[in-house]
Design a binder for this molecule. Sequence first.
Ligand code: SAM
Length: 372
Amino acid sequence: MDNLRFCAPCLLGLEGVVADELKALSVKNVSAENGRVLFDGSFNDMARANLSLRCAERVMILLAEFPAKTFDQLFEGTKNINFEDFIGEKDAFPVTGWALNSQLMSIPDCQKIIKKAAVERLKRSYRTDWFEETGSIHQIRFSIMKDKVSIMLDTSGAGLHKRGYRKNSNDAPIKETLAAAIAKLSRLYDDSVVYDPFCGSGTLLIEAALLARNIAPGILRKFSCENWDCIPQNIFREERMRALSAINRDIPFRCIGSDIDKNAIELTFANAKKAGVGDCIVAHEADISDFKISTQRGIVLTNPPYGERLLDKTESERIYRIMGKVFEKEYGKRYFIISPDERFEDFFGRNADKKRKLYNGMIKCNLFMYYK
Ligand SMILES: C[S@@+](CC[C@H](N)C(=O)[O-])C[C@H]1O[C@@H](n2cnc3c(N)ncnc32)[C@H](O)[C@@H]1O
């Protein structure tokens, strides 16, 4: 199929970044909305988006959008969808979703109605009354926002942040999709040296290295639509070959991580190796007070500990003060720090050259950028 409408949900604040990623994949009619980016494309584009998007959470086929204030309207709108083009007679089609600021707010009831309407539609197509649902999973997702219903089919399965390299993590890892966005916003070069003095499980360094080497973040994993009968077998093979041939390992790019916790260093090594970037990442045990950019130019990408999650507030404020001293303001040295602490700049001692509001899961943060 060549003309499908897709929806790529993303963390709030990353819509523009995901839209740019999609434009770079040459899909059509990209439009960014609140928490999602829509685009048109083919099954090949769908496979490429799943493999290549660094900052989106999923790739879904947008089956229909319609207004609904009553369960009848929800049922009728859903029953009009051509589910049979994607869902086979034996396939499983569970339903999940959310509603916000709408008349229809009961999720279990909406789930039941949407399921019933999908069954009704498929009954007519397959001339059967009973669906065993033993085949591949076609997760139906819905959202209802201000009485506007979107019905989608999830092609990714596990969220795209599950790259397949992070089997292990420390206490407060940053989400891979957010780490990739920070790396993108920092404008890396092939010969950049990236530092993270609070590297934890290494996520920011690994995502930066994947980006610099043009390694598709989904290359290690599978996607649920790979098991669908409606998707031609060769599509994912072709797109994986294309992604593999685009990798550029012959660049001087490297990363230097450190952390006060010895286990974090081991995790960083193990995860970097699994991600295929172990050869360009080094890491060592160190306290932030001993941090120094040891190269002429350097980019720090970091997610320091925060009071509510890892440390008490006074300790995190002490750490921000130390960062202000060791993150020297010098030509060629740039700093990108994500923190939920509104008063970060006060403790750090300098106002950021630019700030960008981002969400780390449900936590509202700022990316404090120092580059002048
Ligand atoms: C929020 S976590 C970073 C998570 C990391 N971005 C990841 O994805 O796994 C903060 C890290 O700071 C480290 N840390 C805490 N105090 C430190 C200090 N004084 N010096 C260096 N590292 C410290 C912790 O061990 C923890 O790994």
